[in-house]
Every structure is written in structure tokens, then in C-alpha cells.
Write a protein that binds this ligand. Sequence first.
Ligand SMILES: [Zn+2]
Length: 254
Amino acid sequence: MPPQREHFMHRRILILALISGLANGCAYVDPLIQDFNVVSVDQERQLGEQMAAQIEGEMAFSRDAAAQQRVQKVGQRLVASLNRRDFNYEFFVVQDKDPNAFTIPGGKIYVHTGLLQFADNESEIAGVIGHEIAHAYLRHPAKGISRQLGAQQLAGLLFKDTQGKLKTLALQMAGGGILTRYSRQDEYEADEIGYQILKSSGYKTDGLLRFLRKLQGLQTGSASPLAFLSTHPPTPDRIARLESMEMQRTSYLR
Ligand SMILES: [Zn+2]
């Protein structure tokens, strides 16, 4: 293989690792320290720009204008209900049949075309996007990076905030799929805050619950579960928690 081609292939593998890592956006770890974050909002924004540029070069975006408009509309309606906005939230539609969505640092959210197809209605789409917005709002990507890179590697960033260092970090993240590791606690928090976001933006609050139930149905009915399911946090746990939120809400309304 000529060196140029080999380099390209190597890069391709890195990017595939990035994509599969991100696609497993909600795989979790159980950290010893939950709330460790050494990445500032400004650094997170810059990291997001770096990563978005990489993704733009490597992932196929949907050309379906209707799908894009749909996602923008839902996303912006949900964002409008946030009481704090650290980021300029942005939404992208990626051509991928796996029903999934993922968030990178700085409030950039990517929705797969497969998710739009798999969802039965707008409130299910809103349920998943609301969950992703909650990850961004709670700054889970920055916390995930902090936990995994550790204080030592990030120390340089704290004192010398240079573009070069951020670029290196973005590349490291891309290679290692660092963003993938949300904690179980992060997932529960994102479900809870996502639920509040749905409520305050006037969407039905059971969108994510219905979506997860359907995914769980697929898992039990299929010999080869979707990548989404094999790496996702325990869906039955999340379903049970969302069900109890929904029960409390309806009993409160009565
Ligand atoms: Zn999640």
C-alpha cells in the first residue's frame, strides 16, 4: 500500500473509531468521582468547533431538507425553554440507519436519519433530542473528558489555552472515542432534565419513554441487537425511572 493511501486508511480507522464511539453516545462507566470538570465553557465551545470540523469532513450528512427542518424545529423549541444557555445549540442530521443521536462538546447535537425513521411521531423525536440537550446543558461531555483524560493531561490546558493544544485534544478524543463514556448517573440526570425540558416546552413528556420501550421491544425480538442497545445503559432501569416520573406527574395533575 503506498504511504499516502496507508495514511488515509489509518485516518479512516481513527474516524471510524470516532464514529462508532460517538454512535454509542450513551455507553456508560461508573466513575469514582462523579462531578469532576476541569474544562471551562469557553474551552468546551472551542473543542466542539474542532470536533465538528472533523465530523463534517468524515460523516455523511442528510440532504433531506424536510428532515433537517424537522430536527431544527424540535431542537430550537426545546432549547427555548432552557433557563441557562452556555452554548449556541446546533442540530445536524447524519445519514445513518441506526436509530441514535449523540452530542459533542459545546452543544452540538447530531441526529441519525434512522432515528427519524424509527420514531412514530414528533414527541418521540423530541424525547430523544431533549435527552441529548440535557447532556449538553449539564455539561456531561466536558465531565466525561475530564474524568477520562485526568487532571494531569488537562493541566496544560488550564494555564495555556492555545488552539494547538485544543486541536491535539480534539484529535485524541476522536481517536479514543473519549466522549462515549457517560456515567450511569449522567444518563439518569439527562433523562430527568430531558423530561423537564419536554414539560416546559409543551411537548408530551412520555416521548423518550415510548421510544425506549420500542427499542427494548426490538432487542428482545431480535437475534442481533442494534449497536445502540448493546452499548446503551440498562434500558429497563431507565424505562422504570421514566415511568415513575410519568406516574408522579399524572397523580399530581389529578
Ligand atoms: Zn444519554
